[in-house]
Design a protein around this ligand. Structure first.
Ligand code: HEM
Length: 369
């Protein structure tokens, strides 16, 4: 029965993505019809509403299939949190936070079943998300909690990649180096949050992001699989471009330090959230959607369309941010939104009817990219 919940939950996640994108366009200066609190809810809706529900759902589908049905509580809470936030109800932030805490419990179960470096990494990422949400509930401004949320997404993705990296010859010192970098990131978070004199903590966070990106560029198996063809190459390219964006984000945070709003803040955040995180989502959609929905997806070269649009328009947006070109920034933000829409349209129209077990061979093997 609970299995059927994946459809409404995915629908809520996608609706939240659309509403949050609309809110992003408001934030970047477009005058569009909207409810009064929507623009301010943009960040939480994107990170906790959309991504929180999607990631929680992916875990729930995997663990639910093994008989752990309670794991659906996490995406249900996040999904309800997204809906109530969209309606402007005060319960929204509480439900989103509850969803993140429930996901820690889900990772407790995942780690119990498979204690490994990658499950610890992803589980710890969830702890950062929940901690950021608790600080946000306590009234901290978003610019002070956003790097907690960023840590969640970086560690979730890095954990997935560590799982794949086990397939290659992987030096032990590299693993240790990775955990040291995670440690540096956490020290940065603690300093920026609890010793808020100057912006040393934010710069340490930036340095850690830069080094984690270089680590991923050096050790991810994508460096090899990018030489293959078809979907495998598509995923690898998305990963490598995403790592470059992560490095740029780290550099911008390291150079400019803490920002509370404005174009540099925009560039620091969206190189991470759009370039890195959405780069990963675009790359893995042909694998994630079949896994969650049990439907096949027909991959084709046209998938490069929305990927190209996202990265080119993001390059323009970052340049506009750095050069203070307001109108160019506004239009490139619009093109970012169109890239997200195009991605949804291409993905939905590429879904084919098919049983859960009959995932396409290319999707199954691409999971190891
Ligand atoms: C079409 C795509 C997007 C547009 C047009 C957009 C636009 C914006 C703008 C203009 C800001 C405010 C920056 C400033 O202070 O000047 C902002 C903040 C933010 N954005 Fe986005 N964004 C987009 C996508 C995303 C995505 C995909 C994520 C996360 C996955 C995200 C997360 C955030 C966060 C966390 C903030 C900080 C919010 C705050 O401080 O209140 N954005 N966005």
């Amino acid at each position: 029965m609970l299995k059927r919940l994946r459809y409404p939950l995915l629908l809520i996640a996608l609706l939240t993505l659309l509403a949050a994108t609309w809110a992003g366009l408001l934030r970047i200066g477009w005058r569009l019809p909207a409810s009064s609190g929507l623009a301010a809810a943009h960040g939480p809706l994107m990170v906790s509403g959309f991504l929180g529900t999607l990631i929680g759902l992916e875990r729930a589908v995997a663990l639910g299939a093994l008989g752990r049905r309670w794991v659906y509580i996490a995406p249900i809470l996040s999904g309800l949190g997204a809906l109530t936030s969209l309606l402007g109800l005060p319960a929204g932030p509480w439900l989103l936070t509850a969803g993140s805490i429930a996901l820690i419990a889900v990772f407790g179960e995942i780690i119990r079943r498979q204690p490994a470096s990658f499950t610890y990494t992803m589980g710890f990422g969830t702890v950062l998300w929940a901690a950021g949400n608790v600080l946000w509930l306590a009234g901290w401004p978003i610019f002070q909690v956003v790097w907690w949320w960023g840590g969640y997404l970086v560690l979730t993705i890095a954990g997935e990649r560590l799982e794949m990296a086990r397939l290659t010859h992987f030096p032990r010192w590299a693993m240790r180096a990775f955990f040291i970098l995670v440690g540096v990131y956490v020290v940065g978070l603690l300093v920026l949050s609890f010793i808020p004199r100057g912006d040393l903590g934010t710069r340490v966070v930036g340095l850690a992001l830069l080094l984690i990106a270089l680590w991923l560029l050096r050790f991810d198996i994508a460096r090899k699989t990018v030489r293959r063809t078809g979907l495998t190459r598509f995923i690898a390219l998305n990963l490598l471009i995403g790592y470059v964006w992560l490095a740029v984000s780290g550099l911008l945070v390291l150079i400019y330090g803490q920002q509370a709003a404005g174009p540099i803040y925009d560039a620091q955040l969206h190189t991470l959230f759009l370039g890195f995180v959405f780069g990963m989502i675009f790359g893995h959609a042909p694998v994630i959607f079949p896994a969650v929905l049990g439907r096949q997806i027909e991959y084709g070269p046209h998938f490069y369309g929305h990927v190209g649009l996202l990265h080119v328009s993001l390059c323009i947006r970052i340049l506009a941010d750095l050069l203070g070109l307001v109108i160019l920034r506004q239009w490139s933000g619009m093109l970012n939104g169109i890239a997200l829409l195009l991605f949804l349209a291409v993905t939905v129209f590429s879904l084919r009817k098919g049983s859960a077990e009959s995932l396409p061979a290319n999707a199954r093997s691409a999971k190891s990219n």
